[in-house]
Ligand binder design. Structure first.
Ligand code: ADP
Ligand code: MG
Length: 683
């Protein structure tokens, strides 16, 4: 239950005065539905209004505040055209106040002729005339402030209105007990929470107050994860001590890399404890995570338990199933695959085998954690491509079995500090060494205007027996246009290369996807046009060319993963990044970085430096580590600091018990990180 003290903040935003239906709509568009949302909708800067008595051409481009008298309406002939109000300053100089899209009646009511009014806005030049577009008007009896905080806006909302709403929201904010460690607070000179909130709204440039608010949010996030960790570790699982008999039988065509061997040892150590393992394995695409997973699963089976391998997609689940069967072929280990597609008798047989223990290892999509699926003795869960799953899912899957050990794997190279934000409750292993003989992928950035040359290069590649991926642009608006782009590209390529061109996209049903993948895998198709569904895990060693359209629209992590689809067999692989013509400095730098290095960890760190943490922790990357208050450029520092603080609170200072613990609990609810805690209590 949310502490009562927070109730005023969690009331509907409509309790604030001045919020009628129209304002409420605008607030909703900004996703500010509760008082707390308004309070946390922070200003992004200032607008400075130059106070002026007279209109001057030298002020063009500046924001001025001036008293003007409306003299004449000029309504355009077309109803959609702008409404212009000719107004004069005290000397009779003219300016046009221009309104687009509204009705002229509305404008006339706003600016009755002859009534002097204080007006503010950016002075523009329109032909010979001066004009102000959509000026702000002082309310009757008030004057416009020379300086005002500006907020992220939507239609029907003004900075001033948001400021008054924020004012009220801050007014409703209670004085909360302090959850920050006292010495930390002193060291950073941070104000109390409520004061910090008031200060940021009053002065958008108040970096100290802003850092405090950001810290609170990050702290709540870290605390939630520390609690998950504590409670998971406190559960008594069972130690899985493998005797090595299965691993000894394993005949690998290669030796483990140093990083693989080290990670397997770390996993082995964790499994030998009764406290359930919570380990994240980070390893670049191609670094050999599957083998580590296989070894971990073998240890579990040696110890008499069952293991499960969870994959985010159907394709990947089947591919993992096959890889495991091949790698562990000849070992007395029973492996089964279960996905949402398996129905009827085959599914029944798998469920039986799981229940009676004749199946040792189950590979599948999240179908393997449905209620109907009962294990005889599930000891280890391996989750591949962990970034697709959130904390809640991580917890849910652990509810199966008796506190099974968890190994999560991700190929998304996340900067070290941000790893804490997303996986703060876990221990981390890194596969920072590639299997030998990997040739680096040659990456080139090519202008989209040279598409013809790219298609020619593709033609040469195919005529030499090669295969290639062609990734279609990420279209932001909708999945639909994603699809359209992919279909159109497949069409044009087919005109040249015939039915050697396959297509796979997210809207296909699983059978169609598998069929397209299988055809490519078996070299029945030579080019696979794809939306980002090939992002994870797919393995076709003969594909040595990848073309990525509109590469500048992809995140670097995603580009890096896509690129990792090639370079899996021997020989040189090539990645062509097609770029649009108008690129920002940052986009340019980011693509250059892709060209320069194949090291995913380095790409991650540099991208963090180039773009700040916000992008990484956007909703697309992860549900829970989504910060709205923490300033992106300070995120890394705040996370590291909050991580230590949260762990100390739990491990040394009594957790949520005691005075500071009570305060920290309030922070969890304030930032809505209580879901994790609830789940724990329920489970
Ligand atoms: P990822 O980490 O992307 O999941 P995979 O597990 O799919 O990588 O491994 C990529 C490729 O590297 C596979 O073809 C695998 O057989 C091979 N591989 C894994 N470990 C080694 C090793 N120690 N030496 C040589 N090749 C290896
Ligand atoms: Mg993999």
């Amino acid at each position: 239950m949310r502490p009562d003290i927070l109730n005023p903040l969690f009331a509907e935003a409509t309790v604030l005065s001045g919020v009628g239906p129209a304002v409420a709509k605008a607030l909703e568009r900004l996703r500010l539905t509760r008082v707390v949302d308004v309070a946390f909708h922070l200003p992004t800067g200032w607008v400075d209004r130059l106070p002026r008595e007279e209109l001057m051409h030298t002020d063009v481009g500046r924001t001025i505040a001036i008293v003007l008298t409306p003299r004449e309406y000029r309504v355009g002939r077309s109803p959609k055209g702008p409404t212009r109000v000719q107004a004069t300053d005290r000397l009779g100089n003219y300016v046009s106040l221009t309104y687009f899209g509204g009705s002229s009646g509305y404008v006339k009511k706003l600016l009755p002729l002859g009534d002097a009014k204080q007006v503010s806005g950016r002075l523009d030049q329109y032909g010979q005339e001066l004009q102000i577009i959509h000026p702000e008007l002082a309310e009757t009896g008030e004057s416009l402030r020379a300086r005002e905080a500006i907020y992220p806006l939507t239609e029907g909302m003004t900075h001033r209105r948001l400021a008054t709403l924020a004012d009220q929201a801050v007014g409703r904010a209670p004085i909360l007990p302090e959850w920050i460690d006292r010495s930390l607070k002193e060291r950073r000179d941070w104000p109390d929470w409520r004061e910090a909130l008031a200060r940021v709204h009053a002065d958008p440039a108040d970096a100290v107050a802003r850092a405090r608010l950001g810290y609170d949010e990050v702290f709540a996030n870290q605390l939630a994860m520390a609690l998950v960790r504590q409670s998971t570790r406190a559960r008594k699982g069972r130690a899985l001590a493998g005797d090595g008999r299965l691993r000894d039988m394993l005949k690998l065509p290669y030796a483990l890399t140093g990083a693989q061997a080290r990670t397997v040892r770390e996993v082995e150590g964790d499994l030998a404890q009764t406290a359930p393992m919570l380990r994240l394995l980070q390893g670049d695409v191609g670094s050999g995570k599957t083998l580590v997973a296989a070894m971990a699963l073998l240890i579990a089976v040696e110890a008499g338990a069952q293991g499960a391998l969870l994959a985010p997609t159907e394709i990947l689940a089947r591919q993992h199933g096959e890889t495991l069967k091949r790698t562990l072929g000849g070992l007395p280990v029973e492996i089964a695959v279960l996905t949402g597609r398996d129905k009827g008798r085959a599914r029944e047989a798998t469920l039986m085998g799981l229940a009676d223990g004749s199946i040792d290892i189950l590979v599948g999509t999240h179908a393997i954690f449905q209620e109907a699926v009962g294990y005889r003795d599930l000891g280890l869960v391996v989750v591949d491509e962990q970034h697709r799953f959130g904390v809640a899912e991580r917890l849910l899957l652990q509810a199966k079995g008796k506190a099974p050990h968890l190994l999560a794997m991700t190929a998304t190279p996340i900067p070290r500090t941000l790893t804490l934000a997303q996986y703060g409750e876990m221990d981390v292993s890194r596969l920072d060494e590639m299997p030998p003989g990997r040739e680096p992928i040659e990456t080139r950035v090519v202008s989209e205007e040279r598409l013809d040359e790219v298609v020619n290069a593709l033609g040469r590649h195919l005529s030499e027996g090669g295969q290639a991926y062609w990734v279609c642009p990420l279209v932001e608006e909708s999945e639909k246009s994603d699809l359209a782009a992919a279909e159109a590209r497949a069409e044009t390529l087919r005109r040249r290369f015939g039915d050697r061109v396959g297509l796979v996209h997210g809207r296909m049903n699983p059978e169609e996807k598998d069929a397209a993948m299988a055809a490519f895998s078996a070299n029945r198709t030579s080019v696979l046009v794809a939306t980002t569904v090939i992002e994870v895990g797919v393995d076709v060693p003969n594909a040595r060319l990848i073309v990525i359209e509109h590469a500048d629209r992809f995140g670097l992590a995603q580009l890096h993963q896509l690129r990792g689809r090639v370079g899996r067999g021997g020989g040189t692989s090539i990645c062509l990044l097609l770029r649009g013509s108008a690129l920002s400095e940052t986009s340019r730098a980011r693509l250059a970085l892709m060209r320069e290095t194949n090291d995913g960890f380095r790409i991650a760190e540099e991208d963090l430096r180039l773009r700040g943490g916000g992008e990484w922790l956007g909703t697309r990357q992860s549900g829970e580590a989504n910060f709205r208050l923490a300033p992106p450029d300070q995120l890394a520092d705040l996370i590291a600091c909050a991580h230590d603080d949260a762990r100390l609170l739990i491990e040394r200072d009594g957790g949520l018990e005691g005075r500071r613990g009570d305060a920290a609990r309030i922070a969890l609810y304030l930032f809505e990180r209580d879901a994790a805690v609830q789940l724990l209590r329920g489970g």
